[in-house]
Write a protein that binds this ligand. Sequence first.
Ligand code: G3I
Length: 354
Amino acid sequence: MRTTRVRSVALAAATALLLGGLAAAPAATADSGKKPGASATLHDLARAQGRYFGSAVDNPELDDTPYADLLGTEFGQTTPGNGMKWYATEPQRGVFDFTAGDEIVDYARANGLKVRGHTLLWHSQLPDWLTSGTWSADELRSILKNHITTEVKHYRGKVFAWDVANEIMNEDGTYRENIFYKTLGPGYVADALRWARAADPKVKLYLNDYNVEGTGAKSDAYYTLIKQLKADRVPIDGFGMQAHLALQYGFPQQMRQNIKRFAGLGVDVAITELDIRMLLPADATELAQQADWYGQVTDACLAVKRCVGITLWGYSDRHSWIPAVFDGEGAALPWDENLQHKPAYDAIRKALTD
Ligand code: G3I
């Protein structure tokens, strides 16, 4: 059913192009030398500033036609929420299944969105065969190398960036004791980056984590690590700040300066999983504060040239990971459950326009 939908989207896009209809006409951007007009999408506005504006999507959401249609028109980039993770792509040792990731790549191509690969290595959502096995260092190194090499080669030319290693640090700035760290030691990070580079010389290679948007022990640890990787000539192109924010915990301190210091290391920065949750029920005051924060995040990215784009972790409260994980919290996205704009949408628009 989903394959049919992708095909029909592709067909519709091709038809629109053939007809030379308005739907296929690019909005005025910096490329055309004109300012985007009132009908410009968030991505049009971001593109006029040399950035992208995107949203993650999980495979089942592609069956929600209004949702998928809006995703395809409003945004210029997407990230698979789950479809490229290890449990999905190598469900048995050495047996690869790229169905879910491919479906999103096909959808993205049909709608003109670029794709961020997420993620090659993470402590979570690993397949059972991997977590329940007992591996020597040599065996695990070979498993990791094969996984990274096979997946990166499969998506060569189809994704512009990879979250190579996801969430590898603890809050205090020490390495997370995931299966790779415990068996291989901290050198697995450099190895993973080198294997990814060998499999695709052009794709941008990122480290990605949460609670690193502001300054603090965790973001300091990444600053030190990336500086060292650069000094050792390990391929590293970017730092992803997930930005899963919550009103009750305060805005990340010195976000703009923090982005700037990473850019100063000679890497790109991307806001990769933005959402801003709150205690439910949401009231007007909270929604106004949320809007202000969305504007501040957008401003912080736009203030630093090497901050290349912003990705929402889903764009509407209709599909969000938050209520299932944080009891009594939600309303985290700029579109509500009925796909209507919330104040946050206007705040992002204003930040992208000013
Ligand atoms: O696939 C099973 C399905 O077979 C089963 O019927 C269903 C019943 O609950 O669960 C399905 O698995 C779920 C999976 O998403 C796929 O939908 C898991 O329960 C659920 O926990 C999992 O949640 C994902 C979460 O990562 C896992 O930690 C979210 O969708 C995904 O948005 C979220 O994304 C992460 C990023 O990758 C990294 N940064 C944090 C971010 C939010 O947690």
